[in-house]
Design a protein around this ligand. Sequence first.
Ligand code: DC
Length: 199
Amino acid sequence: MIFTVAIDGPAAAGKGTISRAVAARFGLAHLDTGLLYRAVGARVTAGEDPAAAARDLRPEDLARGDLRTLEAGAAASRVAALPEVRAALVDFQRRFARAGGGAVLDGRDIGTVICPEAEVKLYVTASPEIRAHRRWLETGGDPAAVLAEVRARDARDMGRADAPLRPAAEAVMIDTTDLGIDEAVARACAEIAAKLPTA
Ligand code: DC
């Protein structure tokens, strides 16, 4: 079975949680594509050339323990604006998306650029304030600084020239501002169940 679920949206909207839940529910492979950019960002922060780091990304880069911090997210967002970095990561993501058995990919450009042929496209979003609050619960620190970081990341991810964050034309919107995680997952599952090939 070739079957791709593309889940895009801004930082801390709930994409990761929804993606992991639906992948487990339907037995699909899952790729958190943000992790690829975070790993490249970490190597660039350590002094490497962005395109070279992206071309040479290894499994151990993705296993580092420091990729979930706000700083790693900001570094990821910066390298993600570089067309040569994005180009180096396209083939791996496309192969993962169309490998047999079905796959869920979450990111910013999955439904628009990486896999426009995805059978299911979801766009998961929420207000900047609620996303910043969720991030702050994980990271602590100054709430105003976390909100500023969320807004800066939105502006960078949505404003870049190459593969900007935007919903695919046919994407189904899931706004988690006032939605519990169980209901958000249930909506995503309903969309997938309706498209999943039977037998
Ligand atoms: O989903 P995340 O917060 O881990 O992503 C980190 C950054 O990586 C995000 O701000 C922009 C970039 N990114 C991207 O440009 N394209 C993707 N498909 C995934 C992430």
